[in-house]
Design a protein around this ligand. Sequence first.
Ligand code: NDP
Length: 457
Amino acid sequence: MVLPSEPEFEQALGELSESIKEFLAANPSYKKAFEVVQVPERVIQFRVVWEDDQGRTQVNRGYRVQFNSALGPYKGGLRLHPSVNLSILKFLGFEQIFKNALTGLSMGGGKGGSDFDPKGKSDNEIRRFCYAFMSELQRHIGADTDVPAGDIGTGAREVAYMFGAYKKLRNEFVGVLTGKGLTWGGSHIRPEATGYGLIYYVEHMIAKACPEYSLNKSETLVAISGSGNVAQYTALKVLELGATPLSLSDSKGTLIAKSTVRGEGFTKEHVEKIAELKLRGGSLESIASEFGSKFEYHAGKRPWTLLPKVHIALPSATQNEVSGEEADALIKAGVRIVAEGSNMGCTPEAIEVFEKSRLAGGPNAVWYAPGKASNCGGVAVSGLEMAQNSQRLNWTQAEVDAKLKKIMADCYEICLDAGSKWSGERKADVLPSLLVGANVGGFIKVADAMRVQGDWW
Ligand code: NDP
């Protein structure tokens, strides 16, 4: 029984349950697997006590949800954000199980973090928090047990502090975290992986659904939300290919390019400036005026209702960041592809709007991809980092990028194939549901491994 006090987890569970309905009706024995898979193997909650710069005691809640280990060691990021609670981490851990399955690599699903807010903290405070956090987490994780990574609020700096703490406490240099620095066990392309992977996935969607909106054309207009790790590398890959990013946002507001004239969006220099700002914990509002008259800042707004014309929309900030009304606005602006860089970026209402449009078919239909498929590139390269750590080797940038492209192509094929089989009768011009495809494809793989390992029968 799911407690109603876990709204985000219930939402993720509801989405999976709805998506695999047709598959379960045809394969009723798997109903038992669905009942079992929704209960985490283990949930760890702990106290994190640390000292601020004034010498005062501070206390936060720490968590690790070890959700499923059927396919490999638990794997998933650590979120540091004041909103963190068990519902959010259970939803993220649950999504992670099926996402990791879609990468084809040997990784189970987990997620963790703390309600600690890194914003406004000094570097020393961050270090003391990370050490305190790891002093408890270290006893529950390990290179073959559970391998955390970054997420919102946990970037390269935090991963480095946590790795340092683990090494001191355990006296071992092992691949217990991913997202490490390149000179001490990290992988090429890990920082870029989620954004790059998202675009590789989207390129397959465009090729099938609307090749006229190729990302090699500057007249292809792309809306992106967020301005953190995922949004930055998404924008940079869009620019590298030649299309035009029109928006970036943060928790306070959105910066948009006013013109929809080809090529007049954000540039690489703009994105680099924002990356530097975000490293300092600044907000877009503080630098909006430096972008000149071609840009406009909208306080308290998300990008989706602000753009008169857009072809590709990529939510890349946080969960539930596209509402039903915003989905309608995107459709009015001409959107054809919506793919999540964030986890559960779209609300159920927004997904309904997009799926309805897909089912209507025809030349204006929208095709939606859920984060567990379209953003799996990040964890995929984390998996490749684990493989390199086991070999004690470093692959080249080109090797890792080629493997990432292949993983995203395979993931897309799995989604397309399972979506074609399990998303109902369709007219010839209606695309299969990638939502159903991702959920069924991931679920079957995990459920089958759980069955042979004796988790259900
Ligand atoms: P970052 O912390 O680097 O950036 C998060 C961005 O989202 C910031 O711009 C932040 O604004 C904004 N944001 C955070 N919370 C909210 C909110 N409640 N409302 C509006 N904006 C918000 O995180 P990532 O880029 O790593 O993660 C973004 C999303 O991608 C998350 O959903 C994450 O789970 C998902 N993801 C990340 C992966 C990774 O490899 N990093 C892998 C797969 C998915 P501000 O700067 O003001 O805080």
